[in-house]
Design a protein around this ligand. Sequence first.
Ligand code: AMP
Length: 281
Amino acid sequence: MQVITTIETMQKTALSLRAEGKTIGFVPTMGYLHEGHQALLKRARQENDIVILSVFVNPLQFGPNEDFDTYPRDKERDEQVARNANVDYVFYPSVNEMYPEPLSTNITVTARTNVLCGRKRPGHFDGVATVLIKLFHITMPHNAYFGLKDAQQVAVIRGFVADYNIPVTINPVEIVREEDGLAKSSRNTFLSSEERKDAPHLNKSLQLARKAIDEGERSPQVIISLISKYLQDHTQGEVDYVELYAYPSLTEVKTIQGSMLIAIAVKFPHARLIDNITFTI
Ligand code: AMP
């Protein structure tokens, strides 16, 4: 496994791999790797000749009061996880390498951002799109892998990849969870032991909703109220949003039908957690 820190070396490497006819699978992350990231790496390993992992905590996708400075980082551990996952290249650029000076062109995501995390975190998806457009040009992948944990992100990425004819296939991967149902996240490490006990209720509220839908409930409002009440009754956290949309369009529906997303965010004092379910009915 080779660790590459400069854009020039990464780009030259990707170009020569392509010239050799190798397929490249790419997994972009912010590091502090866990089993969710490992599931993405496993898929990339199975489906490509070469696997490139990037680890970059992207300042552009953090708001002014968010956790950029405190976001967990552990380069050595990440390298060990990458080695165990048979990664070929880790791209590990500094902020200065990625953004040596202010950009002269800004990417603004205009669709699907007035809901969910897009509404709650203004500019977040502009930062995500900007870094991914750069990373796609740097690593030149045939396939890129993203977790459905960030279902809105997957929809946004599909949008700009289609808009700008970027020659990469976007592959979504199911959410990986702890045994008690909590979605794995680098931010789980911030939770106090009390918050950690509360956290599985996010998934439980979604399962409750799914059960009600399976039993015939079709009203978005009833389902949203059911989840909100459950979260208020079972967690100390502040419910940031509970929303239900058609997926991947992220448009409102009058009745639950077709391909759907139910997504929630809960703010605990030490971390803001998100979770969701996607399903077709
Ligand atoms: P992050 O490092 O949080 O930016 O995540 C990098 C990638 O890993 C994104 O595509 C995430 O959606 C994905 N990911 C993070 N947590 C999970 C999880 N629990 N299950 C599946 N994918 C995940």
